[in-house]
Design a protein around this ligand. Structure first.
Ligand code: 5GP
Length: 200
């Protein structure tokens, strides 16, 4: 059985990354989401074990010391990490694992898994990003400004991301992501075929 692929989606809030991820997962049984562990409190409808594994900050730091995270980072004052054992197990069983993590997490993952594919999700424009953030109706002007500044910072540090999806409309972003994943799988199959041919 071929090892699965690690696919990282990074993008600021308002880029539609979560909707995109959900659509992909619903349509593809060989693709699973890495549910991150976090020290932040659940928001709104979020459920433990579904959106995140919610734990205390102290417990998170104990796990860091025990080497239990594949990568971890502090984002807006909270700690987030991807569980090493779970990720290894899924990849070894041939599953393709999707990571919804920030750019620093993407870089760390790539250090450990050089075959990981880094995908950046972008909004079509600053105006549209702002419109989407305001459309949620949950954040103050100040929070929106902070999110916009953080988005710019994150984009600046993502110049080495290999793939970029501009999320102008969700359906075409989904189609683009699906074709990217299909190509990854086909390339891996091609490599195994090549290996078999040359070692025959
Ligand atoms: P939120 O608190 O809004 O759910 O997530 C804040 C940010 O943390 C998002 O950019 C998200 O991609 C990132 N994030 C979530 N899980 C992880 C993780 O396991 N590792 C890293 N590095 N970032 C994460």
């Amino acid at each position: 059985m071929a090892r699965g692929h690690a696919i990282v989606f990074s993008g600021a809030s308002g880029t539609g990354k979560t909707s995109l991820t959900r659509r992909l997962l619903a349509a593809d049984r060989d693709l699973i989401l890495s549910i991150s562990t976090t020290s932040r409190d659940p928001r709104g409808q979020e459920r433990d074990g579904v959106d995140y594994h919610f734990i205390e900050r102290g417990e998170f730091l104990d796990r860091v010391r025990a080497g239990r995270f594949f990568e971890w980072a502090e984002v807006h004052g909270n700690l987030y990490g991807s569980d090493r054992h779970w990720v290894e197990e899924q990849l070894a069983s041939g599953k393709d694992v999707l990571f919804d993590i920030d750019v620093q997490g993407g870089h760390k993952l790539k250090d450990r898994l050089p075959d990981a594919r880094l995908v950046l999700i972008l909004p079509p424009s600053w105006e549209e990003l702002e419109r989407r953030l305001r459309g949620r109706g949950t954040d103050s002007d100040e929070v929106i400004e902070r999110r916009m500044a953080a988005a710019k910072q994150e984009m600046k540090s993502a110049s080495d991301y290999e793939e970029i999806i501009v999320n102008e409309d969700l359906a075409s972003a989904v189609a683009q992501a699906e074709s990217l994943i299909r190509l990854l799988r086909r390339t891996t199959d091609g490599r195994s075929h090549l290996q078999a041919l040359v070692s025959a």
